[in-house]
Design a protein around this ligand. Sequence first.
Ligand code: ATP
Ligand code: MG
Length: 426
Amino acid sequence: MTSRNNPQECFVYIVLPGETKFVTAGRFRLDKNRSGAPVGRYVYGKSYLARNEAVPLDPLNLKLSTKTYETRQLKGVFGALRDASPDHWGRLIIEKRAGKPQLDELDYLLYSPDDRAGALGFGLNSEPPAPKRNFNRTIDLARLQEFADRIVEDEPLPQDPDAEQAQDLMEGGTSMGGARPKAVVEHEDTLWIAKFNRKDDKYNHARTERAMLKLAHACGIQIAESKITSIGDRDTLLVRRFDREKTKTGYQRARMLSALTLLRSEDTHQDRTKWSYVLLVEELRRISAKPKIDAPELFKRMCFNALISNTDDHPRNHAVIATGKDWRLSRAYDLTPDMPVSLERRDLALECGDMGRYAHANNLLSQSARFLLKDEEAQGILNTMEQTVKDQWHPIARKEGVSEKDCETISGAFAYPGFRLELAAR
Ligand SMILES: Nc1ncnc2c1ncn2[C@@H]1O[C@H](COP(=O)(O)OP(=O)(O)OP(=O)(O)O)[C@@H](O)[C@H]1O
Ligand SMILES: [Mg+2]
């Protein structure tokens, strides 16, 4: 890992709609103010602004303009850039490789592989690098799984840089976000996120997540495509990346922004007042080219999360993407049941109505107009989804290979008693 002089800066590259090669979009610079707090600055390049096909990195917060944008949020890293940066899992690998914890934000941007979510890239040269196409393949999954196990168990990685195996394992790092062990693999001319089971998982996450995607589909939700692949006795979930499309010249890339960025929120629980489906749907209606489809779709996802006790539905688990110029809600991903102890009250990660984060039918229905739904429509959707979840979760889980024992473990997640708890008159 090289050290850079202060101020720290890098170039931001983008693959424009319909293209497969990076062009330089602008320059990002990370300084500290007098009290030592990070301040990020971004400026679009003049030649980028002069392009007819230029698109903004973020149409709400980084509109095409000659001005210098400034932010103090997210350690000075604009949401659109942070969304392209590795998260807990990818950072762990970079730290492990660097041999030290807690690198600075620019290190994470610059030293993570070019498989990041969305259309952006980062580098120290004003000209972008030539595209690399050496993705891991599904055939490498066994080795990637071994690598993931070593990281989880905090075992040292092979140190000999000449060792072929070590090289392969290093490349198993990923810029994709999230906390669970994962890698990006190419399979049948498509890119997939491989999500590995952990040895200490209480149930088979890969198969359960696949079953939840199927259950969401049965509830009328647009889901990411997925499949299970097994290495020995270990299952891995492959989720098809919806931000990449292979063409003759390479991969086209869709821009992608998380709900965290749309909400202009910090990642911390202290900033939770901004974590809200009700606020999110307002932003979604502003950014989406099809708000009448996307707003009710978000309503369904919020209800689904409540119905399967997916209390880890934090704002990085929702995103918007732009394949061309238009932005749309992305397909649904990362749907996992949770088993909170309380049978009376479970809270989603985002506020979902007048009663805050309470995963209760009345609460979910309390702001339905903002999701562009009439009261009766919203009630109809919720009732049908509730019935589908009750009737279908078990048969779908079994069909997707979730064992009866695992079904027992997760059974308390579905349509929990508090969802329809009679509430005292206020
Ligand atoms: N199908 C997909 N196509 C493109 N990007 C995706 C897809 N699925 C997930 N992502 C991106 O990858 C990130 C990590 O994926 P995911 O949320 O499934 O991982 P995770 O480790 O389970 O997350 P968490 O930390 O929330 O448990 C997401 O936040 C999103 O930015
Ligand atoms: Mg996630």
